[in-house]
Design a protein around this ligand. Structure first.
Ligand code: CUA
Length: 203
């Protein structure tokens, strides 16, 4: 379909002859540098996962939200030591399974832990995605409904910690606060972290 003196250009018809120029040296060098850098960044991910200690390594298993709520209520019944603003305060013994439940718009229950003791945490949500953010420590976890996120946690600094929800979960999202108290291993020692709330309340 070519007329006189011009050629039809089409994506369907292959152009004739060598229409491309082979990459020159400079271009090849830059491609090589970019490729090597990609590989460096790729290798940094697993390296930093192990070396950086920023990503907690836990396990996720499927769980029915109702079953998780039941386990949490049983956990509260077993180790409840008090109440703050209608939320039970629970002091689990060393090595216990600790359940923390997120729902619109509360963290349930409040926890009282001991410094240097390892706990088997279980996190889950009953309704939508929530974000577990621990202040002033720097710990961030995604709390997903239908999944039990298991994590071994050993608090190493006594003090009052706040749990803040960092995943938008509806109209009451910004009020979704919880609390964890870490008591010093030696009760005579003064808390190393200044208390974040002078009123002794987490809400
Ligand atoms: Cu829960 Cu935002």
């Amino acid at each position: 379909m070519s007329g006189q003196g011009f050629e039809l250009l089409s994506g369907v018809v292959a152009p004739r002859g060598v229409w491309w120029r082979p990459a020159n040296r400079q271009e090849k060098t830059w491609i090589a540098i970019a490729f090597v850098w990609c590989m460096v960044l790729f290798a940094m991910m697993p390296f930093w996962h192990i070396k950086g200690g920023q990503n907690p390594t836990g396990f996720r298993t499927r769980v029915d939200p109702e079953a998780f709520a039941e386990r949490t209520f049983r956990f509260v019944d077993d180790y409840k030591v008090g109440e703050v603003n209608g939320i039970p305060v629970v002091a689990p013994p060393p090595g216990a399974d600790v359940y923390l439940m997120a729902q619109m718009w509360q963290w349930y229950p409040a926890l009282r832990l001991k410094e240097g003791v390892t706990y088997n945490f279980h996190f889950s949500a009953l309704d939508v995605n929530h974000g577990f953010s621990l202040y002033p420590a720097n710990l961030n976890l995604q709390i997903v409904p239908g999944y039990d996120y298991g994590l071994k946690i050993t608090p190493n600094t006594p003090g009052e910690y706040r749990i803040v929800c960092n995943e938008f979960c509806g109209i009451g999202h910004q009020k979704m606060l919880g609390g964890i108290t870490v008591e010093p291993a030696d009760p005579n020692r003064v808390s190393a972290v200044p208390k974040t709330d002078k009123k002794g309340s987490w809400q």
